[in-house]
Design a protein around this ligand. Structure first.
Ligand code: NAD
Length: 730
């Protein structure tokens, strides 16, 4: 038989070499074609007496198999839960047939039957359903490459490993290792997998197939350990083993502490581990598929798959890129300003394979960019993650300078000098005098309108905004801001640069604060207003953690600094004059910064104290100046206020076209300021609860706390028509 997605070659000894190689795709994934081909091959393999065993490998250099095609999972449209279960159980039953050779568990346990040997020859990453195929093989040979990833990352999109992963992993590696792998979703390397008993052989990359074949030939009749009489979980398992009982008590508590009850997948994984450990294997995989089906039917997994996987990848591949502009060849980038941002941008550009000429007012200042990268590289060298030679080669790609003539051959300019229009105007003029005529000029301004800055340029159609976040090498989002006159080429080149530095890009309008800085200030202001009202700071911070925010809003204010907040509120007031709408936090910021000298994390502490060598803690003195109220709101009330303080401004940005679509609003929120990832983003969240519900809650908050909670008029219309944000946008 011939297959579309795999090839089968049987050698003279009757050993089949099955090579998975999806046509036209850079990576193997479980899609419908492979599922169908593989199921057919398993049937044939089990039935054909001339074939004595099999080795499964991949024809891709990129890896073995990267898991399920998430587009297929996210789009699943079973008409009933029963049908959804049957779909989910398909791969489980195929893999079970492979490992049992089509025999019943009863016969295997009695020793009346055996399976034909199957070995996996893993030449590259095996993730999710890819690793699950490896686990269902009787013997696992992996290439000796410390960068090769083995893991089950499904939890990161709200799912669980649903092709036997929650059952074979604990039977091979013990409950604890299995729980760590499946609930955190982080991959391990081959050596760790071998130490945990997950794989048996780690051999040079060129030998995986030969070694796997050798094993198959030497072991003509096999049975998985869990299909043998007297099988016991390594490290203990089941309801009666005190070690397992203790493990489950601890793991459940830890799981809830880490996820704050926001990720049902973690709970389901632990349930699979527990329930699966007290029943026979064939029942255990049905239990797993039941939990998987439930998670897949929940909007949470669909939202996470859509935003964190499908839309993120599409944005990174350049979904917003004007198609007609030929691809640019960016070899050397000119960075203006070697301060915090310029140095960070220099670092990511070199990491993305480009050379950088970085210019500052004098050579000393320009050297800061080299020192910045050196510090990051030194750390990696000292941890053994990078060789000194590689670090030196990296630094050699940075050319610090104070001479504009050094910019004459660059392919792109990114400006990150002081946030002062006169300084920016000056460097724009001096730079344009030397660079090539068609070079795009991007500004990293955080507050100045791009259209205004472009007036200082002789070529406004080649001028654009590229708003990075600090620290640049860690923050995943890039806001790209075309000005009124920016042309297609400027946008295309900005996205081409982004692709090299591997950020998640969104394209937003040229308005004050762009997108993210229109949403974060109202959110942290809400927290400061609560401090003024006498809400306990710990309650505020814990409520944010409960929502799934990575840091509390008061800690975030400390990070960005209260002095910056004060400065921004004053400059906004000056600029807007009578149109300025007070936030109500001006007096608090003034008192904290000017009255009490509490500027934030970097100088003197802010809402928190930062003791040397110890963990930060909330500043006890705060209550002397902002007394705690006798009556405290409930946790749910505080959570709701903090959540809506983000949802409302984000929804205004969508309604006003500041972000072009719900996708960009969701990506910008999660990757820009850490909006709770379990929601799939603010717009996915609103769609999930329903626009009507959102509008009702917003209006009730507006009545209690003020105008700032009013939802946009267009959302009220959608609430009435029952329309969803995502379907309206599509
Ligand atoms: P910074 O003060 O750390 O660095 C600015 C650098 O520009 C300094 O090294 C300075 O010497 C140099 N510079 C000033 N005038 C110059 C001139 N005429 N010619 C050459 N170099 C000159 O500031 P930063 O935090 O890196 O911010 C830079 C830009 O990035 C600003 O526009 C800022 O608004 C924006 N930005 C900052 C952040 C942030 O979190 N700090 C985030 C996004 C955007």
């Amino acid at each position: 038989m011939s297959y579309e997605t795999l090839s089968v070659e049987v050698d003279g000894d009757g050993i089949a070499l099955v090579t998975i190689d999806l046509p036209g795709q850079s990576m193997n994934v479980w899609n419908e074609a492979l599922m169908s081909d593989f199921a057919k091959w398993v049937d044939e393999f089990v039935a054909d007496d001339n074939v004595k065993g099999a080795v499964i490998t991949s024809g891709k250099e990129s890896g073995f198999l990267a898991g399920a095609d998430l587009g297929m999972l996210g789009g699943s449209s079973a008409s009933s839960m029963k049908e959804a279960f049957e779909n989910a159980f398909t791969l489980n039953s195929v893999l079970r047939k492979l490992e049992t050779g089509g025999n019943s568990a009863k016969d295997l346990i009695k020793g009346n039957a055996h399976a034909k040997p199957v070995a996996a020859a893993v030449n590259g990453l095996a993730l999710g359903g890819g690793l699950e195929l490896v686990l269902a093989s009787h013997h696992r040979v992996v290439a000796d490459n410390p960068k090769l990833q083995l893991g089950v990352p499904e939890v990161q999109v709200g799912l669980l490993p649903g092709a036997g992963g929650t059952q074979r992993l604990p039977r091979l590696a013990g409950l604890q290792n299995a729980a760590m792998l499946a609930t955190q979703g982080r991959p391990i390397d081959p050596a760790t997998a071998k130490a945990q008993g997950i794989v048996q052989e780690v051999v040079p990359a060129g030998e995986v197939v030969a070694k796997a074949k050798e094993w198959v030939k030497a072991n003509p009749k096999v049975t998985q350990p869990w299909d043998k009489k007297g099988f016991k979980f390594p490290g203990g398992g089941g309801a009666m083993d005190p070690r397992a009982v203790q493990f489950f008590v601890g793991a459940n508590a830890m799981g809830q502490k880490e996820t704050k009850h926001n990720y049902p997948a973690v709970q389901s994984i632990l349930s699979c581990l527990y329930e699966g450990s007290i029943v026979p294997f064939d029942t255990a995989i049905r239990i797993e598929s039941k939990y998987f089906t439930k998670l897949l039917a929940d909007p949470q997994a669909k939202n996470m798959i859509r935003t964190l996987f499908i839309n993120k990848q599409a944005a990174e591949k350049g979904a917003a890129r004007p198609k007609d502009v030929p691809a640019s060849d960016l070899k050397t980038v000119g960075v203006l300003g070697a301060g915090l941002m310029g140095a960070g941008i220099t670092h990511v550009a070199v990491k993305g394979g480009m050379n950088v000429v970085v210019l500052d007012r004098d050579m000393d200042a320009a050297q800061n960019a080299v020192a910045y990268s050196k510090k990051i590289l030194d750390k990696r060298v000292s941890r053994g993650k990078l060789t000194q030679d590689a670090a030196d080669a990296f630094l050699a790609k940075i050319k610090p300078t104070a001479d504009y003539n050094d910019l004459k051959d660059v392919d792109l300019i990114i400006e990150a000098v002081f946030e002062d229009p006169d300084v920016k105007a000056d460097v724009i003029k001096k730079t344009e005098a030397v660079i090539g005529e068609d070079v795009i000029f991007a500004s990293n301004t955080s507050t100045l309108p791009i259209t205004g800055l472009a007036r200082h340029s002789e070529r406004p159609e080649q001028f654009i905004g590229m708003h990075f976040f600090s620290p640049v090498e860690k923050m995943p989002l890039l806001e790209i801001i075309p000005g009124k006159e920016s042309g297609d080429k400027a946008l295309a080149v900005a996205l081409d640069f982004n692709r090299k530095i591997r950020k998640t890009p969104i394209v937003v309008s040229d308005v004050r604060g762009f997108y993210t800085n229109r949403v974060v200030p109202p959110y942290i202001n809400e927290a400061m207003l609560m401090v003024k009202e006498g809400v306990k700071p710990a309650l505020i911070e814990n409520a944010a953690a409960g929502l799934g925010m990575p840091v509390g809003p008061l800690a975030l204010t400390d990070e960005t600094s209260l002095s910056l907040g004060l400065m921004l509120s004053r400059s906004t007031k000056k600029e807007l004059g009578d149109d300025y709408q007070p936030t109500g936090t001006e007096d608090l910021l003034e008192k904290m910064v000017e009255g009490l000298g509490r500027h934030g994390r970097k100088s003197g502490g802010g809402f928190y104290e930062y003791p040397e060598g110890a963990k930060k803690h909330l500043w006890q003195g705060l209550s002397e100046h902002f007394p705690i109220a006798d009556e405290q709101p409930s946790m749910d009330e505080v959570k709701e206020r903090l959540l809506y303080a983000q949802l409302i401004p984000a929804s205004h940005c969508l309604a006003d076209g500041i972000v072009p679509d719900p996708t960009s609003a969701d990506l910008g929120a999660i990757f820009g300021w850490g909006f709770a990832p379990w929601t799939g983003g603010p717009m996915s969240y609103i769609d999930t609860i329903g626009v009507e519900d959102f509008v009702r809650t917003a209006e009730s908050l507006a009545q209690r706390y003020g105008e700032r909670f009013h939802p946009p008029a267009s959302f009220r219309d959608k609430a009435q028509s029952g329309e969803k944000l995502y379907s309206a946008a599509a």
